[in-house]
Structure formats: C-alpha cells, structure tokens
Design a protein around this ligand. Structure first.
Ligand code: ADQ
Length: 471
C-alpha cells in the first residue's frame, strides 16, 4: 500500500488533549490517520519574525509529522488574511464580512509555494498526497510546477458557494485553475459539487462528464461528493461509558427534572449562535410552559480570537445571552448556560446523551460533525431529537432531523417546542434511521471512498453525477 501524505494547515498531534478550538478537520483527519498512519505535513502553529527553517520532523504513534513555522507576515496575509477574512466568509456566503486585499492573495500564494518547497524533499515516489481545505487550494499547482508527479487529491471541508457568490472573489479564475491541478477534488455535498460544476461549465468554458470527469484549463481531473463521517462506534461507546463519570452525573443532577437542549460549536459567525439564542428567547416567550422546565447549554470554545469579525460576534452573543438570562432567569433557574471552555470527547459524548434536544443551526456549514456526534451519542432506548439547519451539509444525510431555516427565529422556536415534546416512538424511528446511516458512513468509510477514487485506475470508480434537490 502506498504511503499516505496528508497536508493541512493545522495539524493535530494524536493524543494531545483537545480543547475544541481545533475544529472538525483535525478531528476527522486524526481519526483517519490513526487507522492508516503516514506523513502529516502542515503548519506548526508557531509564528516567528524570521523566515521559517526546515520542517520539524518527528514520529508519534503511526504518524510521522513534518511541521513548518510561519513568519509574522505570512501569518497576517495567508492565515488571518486570505484564509480567514477572504475565503472563509465568502465560502460561507458572508459577502458582508469578506475582505479583499491583494497582499492577502500574494501571501496566500507565497505560503502555498513555501509549503510545496518544504514538502517536496520529503516525498517518496509512490506516495499518495491528500491536501485538505481552503488554505491550501494552490498546493498541487505549486507541487506540479516543482516537478511532483505523485497522485494528489484535495478535499474541501467547507461549502463551495453558488456561482453568484463565488464570482465576487477577485481571483476566482486563478483559484479554480489551481484546483484543476489536482487529480481528484472532493466536496462535502452534492450541492457543493453542483456549484463547482456550474463554474466549470458556465464560467470556465470547461466540460463536466457523467462520471465526475472535469476538463478545464487544459487539465483533466475528477470531482465528487464525499460527505465526511465521524468515528460513530467510538462516539456511541464513549457516550454509553460516560454515564458512570463524575461530570455526567454532575450535569444530570444539576438539571433535576428539567430538559436539556445542547449546542456545541466553535465560536464562529457561521454557526448561527446569535439566531439560536434568539430562538431560545422566542421559545420562552411563545411557549411559557418551558420556563423553569428547559435549560439550554451552549458550549462554544473561542477560535480565531484575533480576527476582528470574531470579536464583534462574541460581543453580540454575550449581549443576547445576557438579555435572555436577565429577562427570564429566576433565583434557582437560568435558561442559558453559556461556556467557552473545551471538553474531552468522552465528556462531550456524555453531555450529548443527556441532551433531550441537539441544536445544530449554522447559517452555513460544510458538514457539521456535531450533528453526527449528537446522534451517535444517544441512548437507543430513549433518544433525543436533532434540530438541524437546512444549510448544514449534514442536512443532505440526516433527513430525519427536524429541519430548520436558521434565519427564521420563530420557526426555530416552533421546532424546539416540537422536539422537546416529541413522543418516544417517533424519536426512536427518526434516531434509528440516522444512526444506521452514520454506522455505514463513518470516517473510515469516508477515507476509503476518497482514497479509492484517488488511486483508482479506471474511470468508472469515481462519484457519478446525480440530480439533487436545490437548497
Ligand atoms: P468546524 O467548523 O470546526 O469544522 P464541526 O464539523 O462541527 O465544525 O467540528 C467541530 C469539532 O470540534 C467536533 O468534532 C466537535 O465535537 C469538536 N468540538 C467543538 N466544541 C468542542 C469543545 N468545547 N470541546 C471539545 N471538542 C469540541 C470544519 C467545517 C465543518 C466540517 C468539518 C469537518 O466547518 O463544516 O464538518 O470541518 O470536515
């Protein structure tokens, strides 16, 4: 079997304690690497004034890590700038928060070139290279220019926006041209894939074929939808075992007879936290029977705290939570418990199991692993109910959730009310359909599907184009 080389901006060293701020990519790739091993290349997370030296290479378990530092200028332009202030908001449909600046793009190209030049000497002839996410779209192009001939695949963890939004990116042509240097490009959903195909056909004048083959910019590649999964069996086991732990018992005891609604998200404007808290407020207003009966636990570890849009969102969230608690709390009941700390996976799985309702209501999300973890953690005999945004990638798979439009506050409050009062029989029916799906489509299956498609010789093995409902 060829060696797997994973390239991602952030690298999570296996077994390091999780804080929650590292995000879904690290969680998923870590699960995949644990199974297969290989080389994991990326940014060390360190920033220095000087130019970066050679990568720091070390082994840990089945994985060899190769980590590169960034200079202060690279960090500002590539990471904080183009990745987090241009691509992230734009790909999440937030043109209002998107900042375009040429130095950002120049820094983005420069760091991709730097990473390619540091990775090249570490490569072996039959390696299979798998590049992750929006920070590194130009990697394959840079590697190819430097003479790399190995197979290279790319997976986008965030949404690929619709054509009108994407065309607002000043460098859209260069970005897609660079993307076409990969052998395989994977998206989270059929909708993302369709948006990409629309660009190829309508803007780039390229061709898209039924077997996922794409011809554009003088290159031929394949593209497909590969919805990312979780380690379903592990999460289910963690949740079952968590019931004996001190934190599980403390949370349960603190609730008494009250029902718990739980949300767990990185503190990010794409997650729709402000609208979610407003919906909790609406629930208490429209359905007063829930006062003193329901507690919402929102866990939201801080991320990207030095990007101004995040500071602004945090202040607004603080104010909504303060208002709801100030209006409705009593001396022995607080409607919203809002925490910014991280927890271990085991503890979180236990908390999910206690949650009568799981709130996953992003304004836009590539997939959203929390939705899947919530389902996996439920007690089969008495499962909770998932309230899920139709704009999360997970909505294409978890069709038995209560689907909401996260911009519709009253609609979300109604959905919470329905979820809180859903009869056991219906809860079981919905849950077992989703759990069954997640068992079949776990993170190992995702990794296999992507790598099989990347290494497949024959054309027929990559994802087929299928008609999908318009979101
Ligand atoms: P994220 O935007 O980070 O991921 P998500 O998919 O929900 O979002 O993953 C977050 C992960 O962090 C989950 O595994 C969750 O359990 C964990 N986590 C969150 N808060 C935590 C806490 N307080 N303590 C410990 N762990 C915590 C990006 C994309 C998503 C896509 C993933 C994977 O934005 O759309 O699903 O990558 O592709």
């Amino acid at each position: 079997m060829s060696r797997l080389v994973v390239v991602s901006n952030r690298v999570a060293v296996i077994k390091r304690v999780r804080t929650g701020g590292e995000g879904g990519l690290a969680v998923a790739v870590m699960a995949a690497m644990r199974e297969r091993g290989g080389l994991w290349f990326g940014w060390s997370g360190q920033v220095f004034e000087r130019e970066p030296g050679p990568p720091d290479v070390f082994d840990h378990g089945p994985v060899t890590y190769a980590l590169v530092d960034l200079s202060q200028q690279d960090y500002e332009q590539y990471y904080k700038g183009y990745a987090n202030r241009t691509l992230w908001p734009l790909f999440h449909y937030r043109l209002d928060l998107t900042e375009f600046a040429r130095p950002y793009f120049i820094g983005y190209q420069r760091v991709n070139q730097l990473f390619a030049s540091k990775l090249l000497p570490l490569l072996e002839a039959d390696d299979v290279i798998w590049v992750h996410d929006y920070h590194l779209i130009p990697m394959a192009d840079q590697l190819r220019t430097a003479g790399c001939r190995q197979r290279i695949g790319f997976f986008l963890h965030i949404p690929w926006p619709s054509l009108d939004i994407f065309l607002a990116l000043p460098n859209h042509r260069e970005i897609v041209r660079a993307l076409c240097a990969y052998d395989l490009v994977g998206f989270q959903t059929e909708a993302d894939l369709r948006h990409f195909f629309e660009y190829i056909e309508l803007e780039a004048g390229g061709g898209v074929y039924g077997d996922g083959r794409v011809e554009a910019f003088g290159r031929t590649l394949r593209a497909g939808a590969f919805p990312i999964g979780i380690d379903t069996a592990d999460v289910a086991e963690f949740a079952e075992n968590a019931t004996g732990t001190a934190q599980y018992k403390r949370l349960e005891e603190s609730l008494g007879e009250r029902a718990l609604m739980i949300g767990v998200d990185r503190l990010d404007y794409s997650k729709g936290l402000i609208q979610r808290m407003e919906a909790v407020e609406q629930l208490l207003q429209s359905y007063p029977g829930n006062r003193d009966k329901v507690i919402t636990l929102q866990i939201a570890p801080r991320s990207r705290s030095d990007v101004p849009e995040y500071v602004d969102m945090r202040e607004r969230l603080d104010s909504v939570v303060g208002r709801v608690n100030g209006t409705y709390a009593d001396f022995d009941w607080m409607p919203i418990r809002y925490l910014t700390k991280g927890f271990t996976r085991r503890t979180l799985a236990g908390f999910f199991r206690i949650g009568r309702v799981g709130l996953v209501t992003p304004l836009r999300d590539g997939m959203n692993l929390v939705a899947k973890e919530y389902i996996a953690a439920q007690d089969p005999k008495d499962p909770g109910v998932l309230v899920l945004s139709r704009f999360a990638g997970a909505a294409e798979e978890l069709t038995e959730a209560i689907m909401v439009n996260p911009y519709d506050i009253e609609g979300m409050a109604d959905a919470m009310q329905t979820a809180l009062h859903m009869p056991l029989k219906e809860r079981r029916r919905r849950w077992s359909a989703m759990f069954h799906w997640l068992r079949q489509h776990d993170v190992a299956a995702w990794q296999r599907a992507f790598l099989d498609a990347l290494t497949a010789e024959s054309a027929g093995r990559s994802a087929k184009r299928r008609p999908v409902a318009v979101k």
